[in-house]
Design a binder for this molecule. Structure first.
Ligand code: TRP
Length: 370
């Protein structure tokens, strides 16, 4: 299919050395402008964001993106949150307990303050018209482009599967449907999701060029990069559920204390914030600082020469205090299964109405209304 043969990479490399670096710094510069516009006029934005239902969310998710979503919602930005239950089929054994994982995710969302009266929580498998968008979208990207996506390449390298499924290869296009079905113009993401957002922007642009007849059917959504630095898990590597080094939002105070007690530190007794040379200690300081709304340097100064045990005690108290209201709400919601199901049912209904309208528009643009 002949569409504008312009790739994401060629856009980003217009004026500099590395497309990757430029993609990042361009997104960062754009961030400042976006933040200003959000404060001035939150009503002009629609956010689509979401997660794979792989289990309970942890502190890395929370300070990486969840916290920011609730902030946007509370500023008055319209938000849709997709529970990506088809995307999760790309990663192996999770699919076994999908319904359970979906419920845990809804619980986490409600606990952190996603408000279903304002924000729409839905699963993409419940929204047929969203999924139908994937077919025209697939026609707008080449196999070679799909093969160049660095995040997918990385996932393929690390997957424990012996072969690459068609869904694994094409899921960024499905993600474009997640974003474009509701014409979201803002997507809060971590750095690893930037290539997917470029796919989305490319598809939006090509669809408009090819079928739009001079009008833009789809917006080209902006990434809103999370500003929080990466939190490490208790073993000093990236916090992630599959590594068993994560502190979940749902963990209780005792479990949190136990996990943090076992956290890796170093042998230097004087506590300082120095992410380059003391990554483990610095990540613990950062975690305490995020919970206390202070800087990691301030937290380090408080502890001084009291050593790793004192650091862990501070972190444990800070995390438990910060999460206490979130955990209390989570426990409350967990007792009300009817409310959980109703939240999802209503979210799915709202998402379906939006997707049906967009698909009707797409079919009209493509001249396929019979
Ligand atoms: N790929 C995202 C992740 O792994 C989840 C996701 C699915 C998503 N669809 C999305 C994120 C749309 C943002 C927008 O976390």
């Amino acid at each position: 299919m002949n569409t504008t043969p312009q790739t994401a990479a060629s856009d980003a490399s217009a004026s500099g050395p590395s497309a990757d670096t430029l993609g990042m710094s361009a997104a960062q510069a754009r961030n400042a402008v976006l933040e200003e516009q959000i404060l001035k006029d939150p009503g002009q934005f629609r956010v689509l964001t979401g997660d794979r239902p792989t289990g309970r969310l942890h502190l890395g998710h929370y300070f990486g993106t969840l916290h920011n979503r609730v902030r946007l919602q509370d500023l008055g930005v319209e938000m849709l949150v997709v529970i990506a239950d088809y995307q999760v089929l790309t990663d192996r054994d999770v699919a076994d307990n999908l319904a359970g994982h979906v419920e845990e995710l809804v619980l986490d969302y409600l606990a952190i303050g996603v408000n279903p009266a304002r924000s729409t929580i839905f699963t993409h498998s419940a929204v047929p018209a969203l999924n139908q968008l994937m077919l025209p979208f697939l026609s707008l990207v080449s196999v070679a482009e799909l093969g160049r996506n660095p995040t997918v390449k990385d996932e393929i390298t690390h997957s424990r599967q012996s072969s690459v499924s068609g869904l694994m290869f094409t899921y960024p296009v499905h993600q474009a449907a997640d974003i474009l079905f509701c014409k979201a113009n803002l997507v809060p993401v971590g750095q690893d999701q930037l290539p997917h957002l470029e796919v989305t922007r490319t598809i939006a642009r090509r669809f408009n060029d090819r079928y739009g007849n001079g009008t833009a059917v789809f917006p080209q959504p902006d990434a809103l990069l999370s500003s929080a630095p990466l939190l490490l898990g208790t073993d000093g590597t990236k916090m992630s559920k599959s590594r068993g080094n994560a502190i979940t939002l749902a963990a209780d105070a005792d479990e949190t204390a136990r996990l943090l007690k076992g956290a890796k530190t170093d042998s230097e007794r004087h506590i300082t914030y120095d992410p380059a040379t003391r990554p483990e200690v610095s990540s613990l300081l950062l975690l305490a600082a995020l919970c206390q709304n202070r800087t990691p340097e301030q937290v380090a100064a408080d502890i001084g020469s009291a050593g790793a045990a004192a650091l862990k005690k501070t972190v444990t108290e800070s995390v438990n205090e910060y999460l206490a209201p979130i955990r209390a709400r989570r426990t409350e919601y967990a007792q009300d299964r009817t409310y959980l199901r109703q939240t999802l049912r209503e979210g799915n209904e709202r998402a379906r109405a939006v997707a049906d309208a967009t698909l009707a528009e797409v079919r009209a643009a493509m001249n396929s209304k019979y």
